[in-house]
Design a protein around this ligand. Structure first.
Ligand code: TRP
Length: 333
């Protein structure tokens, strides 16, 4: 039965174009989660304005992101897909929870420290209280699990602390969520700096999901390897990080094992290997790009999806918000 499934929720900031690392590390594994869980996925647009955004770009990326998730297999009939700013309860509970979050706790958040160092000219209050809003995003839906990358674990922990604090004062109100660290997500590294994670901020080493095939092939041809010449395609992440990264990508998109890949390229140099990885990635991304483009051409359909999603989300979120308003002592409207 639908309502006996455990609930899972995650937010994704539409702050950059999605890339191969997002796909192989996360999105690709989400489609199957809806068999097991009642899933909520939202575009965390409220969070993006903690750093300056170009308005038209933010709007475009929000829509592209929705289309991409659907193209990657998230079925809108089996997942609740919505835009955070369409459900006012996020901002409303966000305010309440700011009053149950301590200055000291927020000061210890590593993401706040990193982002305020990076955007020293715009250390705004929203950047500081971001974890309270994220706690609201989560707690509104009473989820059992929150799938997040390692960089967001601290935010799920502070969410649990806030929820426990609130429950301690007012009695059982929020379910305490667990972070959900997916088992088999690939950690894709930059193609030209294999010591760092693939990231939109280093576009030359990053393959975007919507990128043209010829650009993808070019990036793979320029990928960093090493100067080995005899059977150089060997899985040795310590000594050959660039090659290991390419092998990991190739394994993820073809389903082949490392020994099979070593065998396939034995006696061949990096040129043939890099082209093969590039081609395989192009073929994996082609249907996703084409489907995303098809969906983007049908704005009416995308609107139906995110409106229906917001309506379903609103229904659940309002129940939690009303409960909270009552508990803290607000007069019923
Ligand atoms: N902070 C998350 C990130 O930057 C995005 C996010 C916002 C989120 N609200 C959330 C993730 C709620 C999970 C649950 O990646």
């Amino acid at each position: 039965m639908e309502n006996e499934k455990k609930v899972l929720l995650s937010g994704i900031q539409p702050s950059g174009d999605l890339h191969l690392g997002n796909y192989l590390g996360a999105i690709r594994n989400w489609a199957q989660l809806s068999d097991q869980f009642d899933c909520y996925w939202f575009m965390a647009d409220l969070h993006t304005i903690t750093v300056r955004q170009v308005p038209a770009e933010l709007r475009r990326r929000t829509l592209v992101q929705i289309a991409t998730y659907i193209a990657c297999g998230l079925d809108p009939d089996r997942n609740t897909i919505f835009v955070q700013s369409h459900v006012p309860a996020h901002a409303q509970l966000g305010w309440v929870l700011q009053c149950y979050t301590m200055f000291g706790e927020l000061s210890r958040m590593t993401q706040f420290k990193d982002k305020s160092a990076k955007h020293a000219d715009n250390i705004n209050a929203g950047l500081f209280t971001y974890p309270s809003l994220m706690a609201a995003d989560i707690l509104l839906y009473q989820p059992d699990f929150v799938p997040v990358g390692a960089d967001q674990k601290q935010h799920v922990e502070i969410c649990r602390d806030i929820a426990n604090r609130f429950n301690g004062v007012y009695g059982e109100t929020f379910k305490i969520p667990e972070p959900y660290i997916p088992k088999a997500g690939a950690r894709v590294m930059s193609l030209n700096q294999p010591g760092t994670k693939m990231s939109k901020s280093m576009p030359e080493g990053c393959v975007f999901l919507m990128e043209k095939p010829e650009d993808i092939l070019r990036k793979f041809k320029r990928a960093v390897t090493d100067s080995d010449t005899v059977d150089p395609v060997r899985y040795d992440p310590e000594n050959k990080p660039g090659v290991a990264n390419l092998m990991q990508i190739y394994a993820a998109v073809t389903g082949r094992s490392y020994p099979q890949i070593e065998e396939e390229f034995s006696g061949q140099g990096y040129g043939a290997f890099k082209s093969a990885v590039g081609e395989a990635v192009v073929e994996t991304l082609r249907p996703i790009r084409e489907e995303t483009e098809r969906l983007l051409a049908d704005k009416g359909y995308l609107e139906t999806v995110y409106r229906a999603g917001a309506q379903r989300a609103e229904h659940i979120a309002r129940r939690t918000l009303s409960k909270v308003y009552r508990k803290v002592g607000f007069l019923a409207p």
